[in-house]
Design a protein around this ligand. Structure first.
Ligand SMILES: CC(C)(COP(=O)(O)OP(=O)(O)OC[C@H]1O[C@@H](n2cnc3c(N)ncnc32)[C@H](O)[C@@H]1OP(=O)(O)O)[C@@H](O)C(=O)NCCC(=O)NCCS
Length: 178
């Protein structure tokens, strides 16, 4: 799997084209199927808040999904609105996304990850080492979601140090509005 991960990287959302892809994937993968009664707001201030970093996971340059990494307090990061394009789900891309996002958080000195998961994806997070518990986040658990978290092992970076996008130079730079 380490070799397979070499093909992936996590890229901050910058250009108007990247923002369009980010919003389209979230609409298709998350809002249309899981949150049909919620209106997706491209201009949600949370997207542009300090310490919030919208990202696209890519494999061989192809955009596959979305994740926003929010830095929380001293030691935690939250992964928000994780989604993989519906046409390429269940091919291991979600696993790669988590690995890269965890690595990016670890590179920022974070020791734990929190995710407010839709119940339909809970098994995916459990399969990736996430567990229920008292995980730090900014607010209460959003209605209908389940909070899971994971302590990042100290050796996390060394273990997957070859993954592109891991370095501080390519991830967690401030995003730009479209
Ligand atoms: C959940 C999601 C991010 C997983 O990404 P993915 O690329 O499909 O997942 P992977 O291929 O890396 O891993 C799939 C494995 O996770 C586990 N899994 C369990 N429930 C799952 C689910 N609802 N969806 C995907 N995988 C699930 C299985 O072990 C699965 O392996 P299998 O396909 O051999 O059965 C993606 O399917 C997605 O975007 N779903 C719609 C939006 C969503 O649920 N987002 C999360 C909201 S918190």
């Amino acid at each position: 799997m380490a070799d397979a991960l070499q093909r992936y990287r996590l890229q901050p959302v910058r250009s108007s084209r990247e923002w369009a892809a980010y919003h389209a994937i979230r609409r298709d993968a998350i809002f249309a199927s899981l949150l049909p009664n919620q209106v997706y707001d491209e201009h949600d201030p949370d997207e542009f808040a300090p310490g919030h970093f919208p990202h696209l996971p890519l494999r061989d340059g192809e955009v596959l999904g979305t994740v926003r990494i929010d830095l929380i307090g001293k030691s935690a990061a939250a992964l928000r609105l994780i989604g993989i394009r519906p046409d390429v789900q269940r091919q291991g891309h979600g696993h790669a996304l988590l690995k890269l996002a965890e690595e990016a958080a670890r590179a920022r000195g974070k020791a734990e990850i929190v995710i407010n998961a839709h119940p339909s994806s809970l098994d995916f997070y459990l399969a990736n080492g996430y567990r229920g518990g008292e995980w730090a986040d900014r607010g209460p658990i959003p209605s209908g979601l389940v909070r899971v978290g994971k302590r990042l092992p100290r050796q996390n970076i060394a273990q997957i140090g070859g993954v592109r996008g891991a370095g501080s130079g390519t991830v967690l730079k401030p995003s730009q509005t479209p």
